[in-house]
Design a protein around this ligand. Sequence first.
Ligand code: AMP
Ligand code: MN
Ligand code: MN
Ligand code: MN
Length: 281
Amino acid sequence: MLSTPMSIVDLHCHSTASDGELAPEAVVAEAAAAGVKTLALTDHDTVDGLDAALRATQAHGMRLVPGIEISVTLDRHTLHVLGLGIDPSAPVLRSGLAEVQLKRAARAKAIAAKLERLGVVNALQRAEDMASGGQITRSHFARLLIEAGLVKDTQRAFKRYLGQGRQAYVSSQWAHLPDALEWIHNSGGIAVLAHPFKYPVTRTARHRILKTFKELGGDAIEVCCGTSDANEISEAARDALEFGLAGSIGSDYHGPDQPWAKLGRVAPLPGGVTPIAAMRH
Ligand code: AMP
Ligand code: MN
Ligand code: MN
Ligand code: MN
């Protein structure tokens, strides 16, 4: 496998404000060590890590692009929409996120109830402790399943329990796409459809999603992610041109335990794709 070159721009990663393993300051320190100059912290449905990340990037002489990864439901699909360059204090964004956070808490309770029936003791409290005040995600329940000895690793946790249709899966109606786009744009951000190949949909369905995303005002597609292969990058680049979307790049880093997604390890945007404004430096 050809190794992916390092980039000085990384516009997608996570901290302990959601399901990342490292605190925002530690994420920034890792990014600095990897040579990243422009970093977007994009936690799931929360802006809580951004103050600490901003202070840390200033200390390291880096630029922080304030970001978010919003959970969205479109038809029956769950999509992830990044908001880049948002104002985290914007009231419309904050009240929208508060709604999604309530849904996250309710879903966590329902997942925990299923896990308790499968023999995991005190599941909700343990997941809350793992999230330590951050958003509770399925990644936390995956860690709990490993800790409880029900599975050996994260992949099995999703495959057997947490993935769509599995024993402890709970579906949720996340933000409506037009609402999420409104929250992002109202707060001054750019809306990017994250990791277009991570949705379990056909090519036709992906194109329908991109068409709707564009029609509703979406700005860009994440052309290169930490896990992209060359085929996915060229297909995403074609999609960007076909649907009139700009391109973004980001590792989707979650922590040192996921060696396949490292900060700054993301391919450059292919020629011909318009880079989003946040990539200018
Ligand atoms: P949630 O938004 O709470 O449903 O959790 C989604 C998160 O779970 C994603 O952002 C990933 O970090 C993680 N995730 C989803 N599927 C998998 C998988 N198959 N293996 C590892 N992590 C996964
Ligand atoms: Mn995640
Ligand atoms: Mn995502
Ligand atoms: Mn992500």
